[in-house]
Design a protein around this ligand. Structure first.
Ligand SMILES: Nc1nc2c(ncn2[C@@H]2O[C@H](COP(=O)(O)OP(=O)(O)OP(=O)(O)O)[C@@H](O)[C@H]2O)c(=O)[nH]1
Ligand SMILES: [Mg+2]
Length: 225
């Protein structure tokens, strides 16, 4: 068993109920409901939501797809900066306690002009500060690169806004086995310096399906009423 998977299980972080809820949320209907370009057009804040944030190309849309087991729900691309809207997905529409998953536009893509970067910052900052039903931001970090300067900026912004967030390492399959634990430990150390950052780092590969069960359970737990 992968060392990080073993550690996860030993922690027994999730109840049967969390795992079941997580599974059901993603196994049932997950519908794309809208791409919001301004806060005025967001759906009502009538249910809990979890947002995926991260640099362009880190694998946000791929993770949404992997969690749902569908290839084309969220648009993925080799061209960074593709997702420019707050993409809303409704999970568990057939359940009593549905939730939203939000795929945020990626940040830090160098080729996008300054004007767009400012627009991104404004939209996302306003969203993060002002969304009452936002339970947690999953901050995706490419495991090959670790925390970059713009990730740290976002983390400081989240700390200041007192938004609860948690790091999710992506693309673990691209690392050599020996490097996986190294990056996990390094990221854990880095995370300690940020007040609102959850101390547990999640590790995933959308390609291989690693860490998805845990992430579903985490989201199940977070979005329970
Ligand atoms: N090997 C591997 N490649 C991945 C994984 N996840 C995503 N990718 C690849 O990384 C690229 C970017 O993935 P996206 O999911 O579009 O990234 P994104 O964060 O949504 O990007 P933006 O919408 O531009 O911010 C694609 O070519 C994916 O196939 C993974 O777990 N393993
Ligand atoms: Mg995307």
């Amino acid at each position: 068993m992968k060392p990080w998977a073993k550690r996860r299980m030993e922690e027994e972080r999730y109840t049967q109920h969390d795992m079941e809820r997580g599974r059901l949320l993603f196994a049932g209907r997950v519908d794309f409901i809208m791409g919001a370009v301004s806060l005025g057009t967001l759906p009502g804040a009538d249910r809990p939501e979890v947002a995926f944030a991260g640099r362009s190309n880190v694998g946000k849309s791929s993770l949404v797809n992997a969690l749902t087991g569908r290839k084309t729900l969220a648009r993925t691309s080799n061209t960074p900066g593709r997702t420019q809207e707050l993409n809303y997905f409704e999970m568990g529409a057939e359940m009593n306690t549905p939730a939203y998953l939000v795929d945020l536009p990626g940040y830090g893509y160098a080729k996008i002009e300054r004007k767009k970067v400012n627009a991104w910052t404004r939209l996302v900052k306003d969203y993060l500060r002002g969304r009452p039903n936002l339970r947690r931001v999953m901050l995706l970090i490419d495991s090959r690169h670790g925390l970059k300067e713009n990730d740290r900026e976002i983390m400081h912004m989240l700390d200041e806004a007192a938004v609860n967030y948690q790091i999710v390492l992506t693309k673990l399959d691209k690392l050599k086995v020996a490097d996986r634990d190294k990056i996990l430990k390094k990221t854990q150390e880095d995370a300690k310096k940020f007040i609102a950052c959850h101390p547990i780092i999640m590790a995933t590969s959308s390609e291989k399906g690693w860490g998805l069960e845990d992430l579903r359970a985490e989201i199940g737990q977070l979005t329970a009423f």
